[in-house]
Ligand binder design. Structure first.
Ligand SMILES: *[C@@H]1O[C@H](CO)[C@@H](O)[C@H](O)[C@H]1NC(C)=O
Ligand SMILES: *[C@@H]1O[C@H](CO)[C@@H](O)[C@H](O)[C@H]1NC(C)=O
Ligand SMILES: *[C@@H]1O[C@H](CO)[C@@H](O)[C@H](O)[C@H]1NC(C)=O
Ligand SMILES: *[C@@H]1O[C@H](CO)[C@@H](O)[C@H](O)[C@H]1NC(C)=O
Ligand SMILES: *[C@@H]1O[C@H](CO)[C@@H](O)[C@H](O)[C@H]1NC(C)=O
Ligand SMILES: *[C@@H]1O[C@H](CO)[C@@H](O)[C@H](O)[C@H]1NC(C)=O
Ligand SMILES: *[C@@H]1O[C@H](CO)[C@@H](O)[C@H](O)[C@H]1NC(C)=O
Ligand SMILES: *[C@@H]1O[C@H](CO)[C@@H](O)[C@H](O)[C@H]1NC(C)=O
Ligand SMILES: *[C@@H]1O[C@H](CO)[C@@H](O)[C@H](O)[C@H]1NC(C)=O
Ligand SMILES: *[C@@H]1O[C@H](CO)[C@@H](O)[C@H](O)[C@H]1NC(C)=O
Ligand SMILES: *[C@@H]1O[C@H](CO)[C@@H](O)[C@H](O)[C@H]1NC(C)=O
Ligand SMILES: *[C@@H]1O[C@H](CO)[C@@H](O)[C@H](O)[C@H]1NC(C)=O
Length: 562
């Protein structure tokens, strides 16, 4: 254990020396150029600060059209993509879709709040249009799906302009033990916007970066364990990891049917709530959605955004999770966490410390989750391949995908390995899938660590509404039981923070002005309550506004409105 730590530290140190020439010690200030924020004589927020309600109001007043908005976002993407590589493909139909929304508005048949509003989606959520759904691999380039994923269909039904696809950690980070967050063969390396070469986290990396810089109103990500929460954490976002089963996974490239979920990543809690409203709901093509309570009816997440919702709430802190996970880089996070707890108390909540996850320490050395993910992936990936109406490389299972990945030099193997598939303890070596008798006990172990030994037990024993954690410690346990988490900006590393690089030495993991968040964890299908808590905290603090990214696109709506 100690030897391992030492080896890691040495690796970090030598990486620092290697990378010193490219990574500046202080982030450059963002270039101050003129930002046109007056449209037709009226003040309008910059697209990096704009909310759903601002956009609806601007569209209603005729300050701009959906076509203008789409044009502005496309230009903003083009401005920064050469540096940050966050969007893999633009939707060639986006302007035509926006024009239809404008036509609806002109004849008084607006569908709802998201009608004509551009949203980006992660490149593992399939659309039956000109865009590819690759999970970042050439294996799926050119593949065709029989119809839109249910999520994409729901976005279209809400009038959303699906603007493009965002880059991700390839295969949602289920391929390699030595790749980087935000890297995919098809999309290259995504960087985040608060520090040069910033690690965007993952796997919904491009969604995090795009939403934060205002390259669309917001974006969708997917999570198996941390893939919405972690990039929301480091990109200064409000992110919702919904209960597994609240949002359909039909035609989303999978890892695990027991853990995968699709959710919004937005600059404000209310924007995320609007987006969750549009994508939640039962789907006959994903029977996990039959677990949605109240016969599948969905609460009003937007109305849940209530300034007083922390009044009378009982909120716990899983202190042992914080203590067991802290390291040299956490003191600024813990200081901000203490301040957040104070805000939450002042908002009328009872905060109870030491409502621990009792089996957390045991879980840290348990490996049943890997068994479950491997077992699910073998089946769920094969099912995804089988859904394709055109399968360009004729791949049908993980063994064939592994060979394809080794054979195509664009996949950067072996420099980025495929250990999650063919390494020791990888899915192929494990060999058995979720129909095997060994699956059940492994899954039951997960339900224990997440349930009585984890979040659900802590909530019940202490009669709590939610548990608070710094977001960097929040995803692991809820992942095991499919319970929801909402994260919201909580602070930033100070300007003298020591730069820490990830193990390949190419990305800045910790450094000056890098954001971090606060998580509210709750029972399955308690999203409305968690959204209320997160909103009440956000509106009292507005932490997001305390720092600006080092790189900000200059194009604004005013530049494109005729
Ligand atoms: C963004 O950059 C990446 C990496 O170079 C590239 O693959 C992608 O096509 C670019 N996106 C757009 C919209 O040009
Ligand atoms: C309004 O315009 C839309 C888009 O062109 C069209 O689909 C719809 O039928 C029109 N509705 C009415 C009431 O005219
Ligand atoms: C999808 O990939 C194909 C290559 O197979 C490419 O020709 C096409 O332009 C891509 N679509 C988009 C929207 O980039
Ligand atoms: C979901 O459907 C599969 C087969 O399509 C079936 O085996 C499984 O029991 C169903 N699960 C639920 C919860 O209905
Ligand atoms: C917010 O919640 C309070 C109860 O805590 C309720 O009285 C009030 O009507 C709610 N406000 C809105 C705008 O829904
Ligand atoms: C919870 O964990 C903290 C920190 O590890 C520990 O000090 C405390 O005694 C624990 N409380 C309970 C009730 O187990
Ligand atoms: C899975 O959980 C069981 C029961 O807690 C335990 O005995 C076993 O060692 C765990 N397996 C792994 C691979 O961690
Ligand atoms: C899952 O395992 C069963 C039993 O070994 C096997 O028959 C089936 O083909 C496997 N499914 C996949 C997709 O590999
Ligand atoms: C993968 O490649 C190896 C070595 O070329 C070969 O033995 C094996 O049969 C291939 N597996 C599949 C599933 O194509
Ligand atoms: C990644 O792991 C593979 C397999 O162990 C190794 O060949 C490769 O050199 C590693 N890449 C880096 C950058 O360490
Ligand atoms: C940064 O400055 C603060 C306040 O002066 C100090 O407490 C802290 O130790 C410094 N951090 C580092 C990493 O030097
Ligand atoms: C966005 O809002 C913040 C906080 O009000 C402000 O500091 C920043 O300058 C705004 N950004 C732009 C580009 O207007």
């Amino acid at each position: 254990m100690h030897f391992l730590f030492y080896a890691v530290l040495c690796a970090l140190f030598s990486n620092l020396v290697v990378a010193k020439s490219v990574i500046p010690r202080q982030p450059p200030r963002s270039p101050l150029s003129k930002r046109q924020t007056t449209i037709k004589g009226q003040q309008f927020p910059s697209l990096i600060n704009v909310t759903t309600e601002d956009l609806v109001s601007g569209l209603e007043q005729g300050l701009f059209t959906s076509v203008d908005l789409t044009t502005a976002y496309v230009q903003r993407i083009r401005e920064v993509n050469d540096t940050l590589h966050m969007v893999t493909e633009l939707n060639p139909d986006a302007l035509a879709i926006a024009a239809q929304a404008d036509a609806r508005r002109a004849n008084g048949s607006v569908i709802g709040p998201l009608d004509g509003i551009p949203i980006l989606i992660k490149n593992n959520i399939a659309t039956d249009d000109q865009m590819n759904n690759t999970a970042g691999s050439y294996a799926l380039l050119g593949a065709k799906v029989p119809r839109d994923s249910t999520i994409a269909a729901k976005l279209r039904k809400a009038g959303v302009v699906i603007l493009g696809k965002t880059n991700l950690s390839q295969w949602a980070n289920f391929r390699s033990d030595n790749s980087t967050n935000g890297w995919s063969a098809y999309g290259g390396q995504t960087f985040a916007g608060y520090y040069p070469f910033q690690d965007p986290s993952g796997s919904s990396s491009g969604s995090g970066v795009s939403s934060s810089l205002g390259l669309a109103l917001a974006a969708l990500g997917t999570e198996t364990s941390g893939s919405i929460l972690s990039p929301s954490d480091v990109n200064n976002l409000a992110g919702i990891k919904p209960s597994v089963g609240l949002t359909s996974r039909y035609l989303v490239v999978p890892i695990s049917e027991h853990q995968d979920t699709v959710g919004p990543m937005a600059r404000t809690v209310k924007d995320a709530a609007y987006l969750l409203q549009a994508i939640a709901g039962p789907d006959p093509n994903d029977n996990y959605t039959s677990a949605i309570p109240n016969n599948g009816s969905i609460p009003d997440y937007v109305a849940a955004c209530n300034f007083t919702s922390l009044e009378g709430a009982r909120i716990g802190i899983a202190r042992n999770v914080i203590d067991l996970s802290s390291d040299n880089s956490t003191p600024p996070v813990l200081a901000a966490f203490d301040a957040a707890v104070q805000v939450i108390r002042e908002a009328g909540a009872t905060v109870i410390d030491n409502t621990n996850f009792t089996a957390y320490e045991q879980w840290l050395s348990d490996n049943n989750e890997t068994l479950v993910l491997n077992a699910d992936f073998l089946v769920d990936l094969a099912n995804y391949f089988n859904e394709l109406t055109f399968n360009p490389n004729d791949l049908h299972n993980l063994a064939e995908l592994t060979n394809y990945t080794h054979a195509n030099p664009l996949e950067d193997w072996p420099d980025r390995d495929t250990a999650v598939w063919d390494g020791r303890g990888g899915a192929l070596q494990q060999g058995w899938n979720n129909t095997d008798p060994r699956f059940w006990p492994a899954y039951q172990a997960n339900l224990f660590y997440g349930g009585p030994g984890g979040i659900l037990g802590a909530l019940d024993r202490n009669n709590l509404d939610a548990i608070l954690l710094p977001t960097q410690f929040s995803p692991g346990i809820p992942a095991l039981v499919g319970s929801p988490v909402v994260t919201v900006p909580m602070g930033f590393y100070p300007s003298n923070e020591t730069i820490v690089l990830e193990r390949r030495g190419t990305l800045v993991e910790t450094g000056p002005q890098i954001p971090f968040g606060l998580s509210f964890l709750g029972r399955r299908f308690s999203e409305a309550q968690l959204i209320g808590f997160a909103y009440a905290y956000e509106q009292r603090t507005m932490i997001r506004n305390q720092e600006q990214p080092y790189i900000v696109p200059n194009i604004e709506l005013a530049d494109v409105v005729a």
